[in-house]
Design a protein around this ligand. Structure first.
Ligand code: SAM
Length: 388
């Protein structure tokens, strides 16, 4: 390992070293992506909140360790952590994981070199938190995560194959997530719902079900924090959250239908054009108010470099927590109406004055989450244009 020039970085309260590289890529001897710092910071907050809610010592699995930065930070920066297991298939990664454990003077952190699925199969029921942060899709590892996950545990999942989840191409999404996507202005939200739905369906064979505590789509990745619970009756009940979202490309109407094989309208009830469908996906909540409020509060006690950015995102997720699925892109609607876009806050105010829910969303700076129908929104946009 002496052949490498070493890079030293600090995240939170933790020191990390790894071989220097020119470009963030899976070809680097040991992977480290500085753009994922907020993802790691939010994980510190989420796992701390989870630990406090459980009120017990928690064991954590960092399944794809790389430099070991997650596992090392979790042990170093989260209270109430017992054993941390850092796994990576690469021997070079293992070397730096051990090095970084020593660098931070940590005990109770073990390093393993296994294929991720094999590791989870060997360690059934041992972890309170499983963090899945692979290259690209988490899909091949989720069955083993479902097998391994214990009752009342936390599953943290990153996906960087956003083009599949967002439906840029349909086939990879069908192949990896057994779900059909479509491209739309809210395709990132659909992507999170497809991933959550796939986890829910995968875990259901083990009579386990999910509660989504927090989720976000940021830059090139999506991240979900899922509490795993157990029980066949409750799993059956929870699967009622699986369904489809249908979209009219002509008038921009959208609607949801619950159930894996329930009836789905083929024709838009507003304009009579054909609907396109995405799913199966998760129609249940993708943000938990209470959990996010606690994550926000936790920023008072943690040193995280991305605090400003993380708080902005958390507050945005909090605001949209109770809003319905999907959101409307104001510019797309104005374009279809051939009118100019009024001030964003004016549109929100008008919708609220008419008695609708109307909030911003972290998915898009020009997106509105509302229970208003497309025709209501169009009327408001036309009215506001008359006053411009
Ligand atoms: C995206 S990197 C992990 C980054 C790290 N979690 C972080 O926050 O910096 C993915 C890691 O997974 C490892 N890996 C790839 N395939 C694997 C497999 N099947 N089982 C275990 N580790 C694997 C790679 O060696 C690489 O270090």
């Amino acid at each position: 390992m002496d052949e490498y020039k070493i890079k030293h970085i600090e995240e939170g309260l933790t020191q990390i070293e790894f071989p220097e590289f020119d470009k963030v890529s899976s070809d680097a001897p040991v992977f480290y992506n500085p753009h994922m710092e907020m993802n790691r910071d939010l994980s510190i907050l989420a796992i701390q909140v989870f630990q406090k809610e459980q009120d017990r010592e928690i064991n954590i699995c960092d399944l794809f360790g790389g430099s070991g930065i997650r596992g090392v930070r979790y042990k170093n920066e989260i209270d109430g952590v017992g054993e941390v297991s850092i796994n990576d298939i690469s021997e070079t990664a293992n070397h730096y994981e051990r090095h970084n454990i020593k660098l931070n003077n940590l005990s109770d952190v073990e390093v393993y070199q296994h294929d991720a699925s094999m590791f989870l199969r060997m360690k059934r029921g041992e972890f309170d938190v499983i963090d899945i942060d692979p290259f690209g899709t988490p899909s091949p590892f989720l069955d083993s995560a479902g097998y391994c996950a214990r009752r009342n545990s936390l599953l943290c999942v990153t996906a960087t194959d956003t083009s599949a989840l967002c439906g840029t191409y349909q086939e990879p999404c069908i192949r990896k997530y057994n779900s059909k996507p479509y491209k739309s202005e809210y395709c990132h939200e659909n992507g999170i719902r497809i991933l959550a739905g796939f986890v829910a369906l995968t875990l259901s064979k083990y009579a386990k079900f999910i509660e989504v505590k927090m989720s976000h789509s940021t830059e090139h990745y999506m991240r979900l924090y899922l509490e795993i619970k157990k029980g066949s009756k409750k799993t059956d009940e929870s699967l009622k959250n699986i369904g489809y979202i249908s979209h009219c490309k002509h008038c921009l109407h959208r609607q949801t239908s619950s159930g894996l094989a329930g009836p789905i309208d083929d024709v838009c009830p507003v304009c009579g054009e054909k609907l396109v469908h995405a799913g199966p996906l998760w129609l249940g909540s993708i943000q938990d108010n209470d959990f996010i409020e606690k994550m926000i509060d936790e920023t008072n006690y943690k040193k995280i470099n991305t605090e400003k950015q993380a708080l902005k995102l958390l507050n945005s997720c909090l605001v949209e927590a109770d809003a319905p699925a999907t959101f409307y892109d104001v510019h797309s609607i104005c374009k279809s109406l051939k009118v100019s876009a009024p001030k964003f806050d004016l549109i929100l105010d008008e919708l609220k004055n008419d008695g609708f829910i109307a909030v911003k969303t972290h998915f898009s700076p020009i997106g509105i989450k509302t229970d208003a129908e497309i025709e209501d929104i169009k009327k408001i946009l036309i009215k506001l244009n008359e006053n411009i």
